[in-house]
Structure formats: structure tokens, C-alpha cells
Design a protein around this ligand. Structure first.
Ligand SMILES: [Zn+2]
Length: 193
């Protein structure tokens, strides 16, 4: 099986948030090993998913789940802003913003599923657009991510929340109904409008 890949924004935006939160000296202490290279050189192409997971591993070990989770949530938001600006044509964004939210969601979720790997990596993305709309991301198929599942969950939640708020309706919020970090096979978020 080829190594699973993920968009470079997973690392680019996480490092951007770290630069907002920490001084350059603190960052040189925090980012050790392979991750130290991100201070001088960020990826621009798709990367092996394991590189993102190793960065999350490091942050979780150094900062704890809660603080690492806050950083990854913000990174997810910034990743969503990138996806919105670069993967959704402006005329489509305009139409989606004008439609009633439930209809906009019906159009948007199938479209975004093509780009979900950008932030989901090898975790399978699913959605449901019924009376109770849902999005979910399954576990990485390549690697045991149980130690960082709670932090990855914050990244997914930040990305989906921001994307749906910016594209579909600013009133949307997500309610997590199952989580990889709590013995679920996927993080499942109910879309509340
Ligand atoms: Zn979760």
C-alpha cells in the first residue's frame, strides 16, 4: 500500500499558529528532530501523512492534549480558509452563500468530499444529508493514532466548523456524537444549523 498523503497545509498552518503563540527561541526548543526543519523550510507539495502525525505527536507530548488541541483547532480553521479560497471557485461560493443553508449544505458536502483528503489524510471521510446532517472522519488506515486521536479530532473539528460557517452559514455549529479518542471508529460531527 502506498504511503497515505495529506495536504501540506496540515503542517504549514500548524507552524503558522505556533509562530503566533511562541517566540522564535521557544520554537527552536519545541521543534526538535525532523520537525526543526519547518522553521526554515515548509512543504509545498502533498506530504506523507506520517509527517503531520509526527508533528502532532511531538506537540501532544510537549504541550499536553489540551494545549496541543487548541493549536490544532486553530490550524484546522486556517486550513479551511485555504481550502475555501483555493479549492472553491468564487462564483460557487457566492451561490452557496445565497442559498438557504440546508440546500447549500446538500450541494456543498458532496463537492467538498473530493477535497477532504487535504485535511483528513487516510481517514475515510463520510457525510450524510438527511434530517440530521453529519460529517465524519475515520481512523488513519496506516498507523495507530490512538495517542493523538483527541488532538487530531480538534484539527478536524476546527476545519469543518470553519469551512461550513464560511461557506454555508455562519450559524452552523458542530456537535460531536462519536470520537476516535473515546473508542469510536470515527469522529462523527452532527451539523447543527
Ligand atoms: Zn473526535
Amino acid at each position: 500500500m502506498p504511503a497515505a498523503r495529506i495536504g501540506p497545509n496540515s503542517i504549514i498552518q500548524t507552524v503558522a499558529v505556533l509562530r503566533e503563540v511562541f517566540t522564535p527561541d521557544e520554537l527552536r526548543t519545541l521543534l526538535t528532530g525532523e520537525t526543526a526543519s519547518y522553521l526554515s523550510h515548509l512543504p509545498h507539495e502533498m506530504i506523507p501523512e506520517v509527517q503531520f502525525h509526527e508533528l502532532v505527536d511531538l506537540l501532544t507530548a510537549q504541550l499536553g492534549v489540551e494545549r496541543a488541541g487548541e493549536i490544532l483547532y486553530r490550524s484546522g480553521e486556517l486550513t479551511a480558509d485555504y481550502v475555501r479560497a483555493n479549492r472553491i471557485p468564487a462564483p460557487i461560493r457566492t451561490v452557496l452563500a445565497l442559498l438557504p443553508a440546508p440546500i447549500s449544505l446538500r450541494v456543498f458536502l458532496p463537492a467538498i468530499s473530493k477535497h477532504a483528503w487535504t485535511f483528513a489524510g487516510s481517514g475515510a471521510f463520510h457525510f450524510s444529508i438527511g434530517r440530521t446532517p453529519l460529517v465524519s472522519i475515520g481512523k488513519s488506515v496506516n498507523r495507530d493514532t490512538s495517542k493523538i486521536a483527541a488532538v487530531l479530532c480538534r484539527y478536524y473539528c476546527g476545519a469543518f466548523t470553519q469551512l461550513l460557517r464560511r461557506v454555508v452559514s455562519s450559524r452552523i455549529s458542530l456537535r460531536e456524537v462519536a470520537c476516535q479518542a473515546r473508542s469510536g471508529s470515527a469522529c462523527v460531527y452532527q451539523i447543527v444549523m
